[in-house]
Design a protein around this ligand. Structure first.
Ligand SMILES: [Zn+2]
Length: 59
C-alpha cells in the first residue's frame, strides 16, 4: 500500500466504492466519512450509491 494511502487512512479517510445508477459510472476512492452523505456522480451529477470497505479497519 502506498504511503499516501496509509496517511489518508490514518487521517480518518475510508476506502469506498461508488456506483452511479443513472449513468453507470463506478470506481473506488478515498473519502472522509462526513463527505459520503452527499456524494454525487462526477459525470452526470446524480446521487451515487457508496459502499465503505471495512478491510482496513484496525484492531
Ligand atoms: Zn452518473
Amino acid at each position: 500500500m502506498a504511503d499516501v494511502t496509509e496517511s489518508l487512512l490514518a487521517a480518518g479517510f475510508v476506502e469506498t466504492a461508488f456506483h452511479c445508477p443513472s449513468c453507470g459510472l463506478g470506481g473506488t476512492s478515498l473519502s472522509r466519512p462526513a463527505s459520503l452523505l452527499d456524494r454525487t456522480c462526477l459525470d452526470c451529477g446524480e446521487p451515487v450509491v457508496t459502499t465503505v470497505f471495512e478491510r482496513f479497519s484496525r484492531g
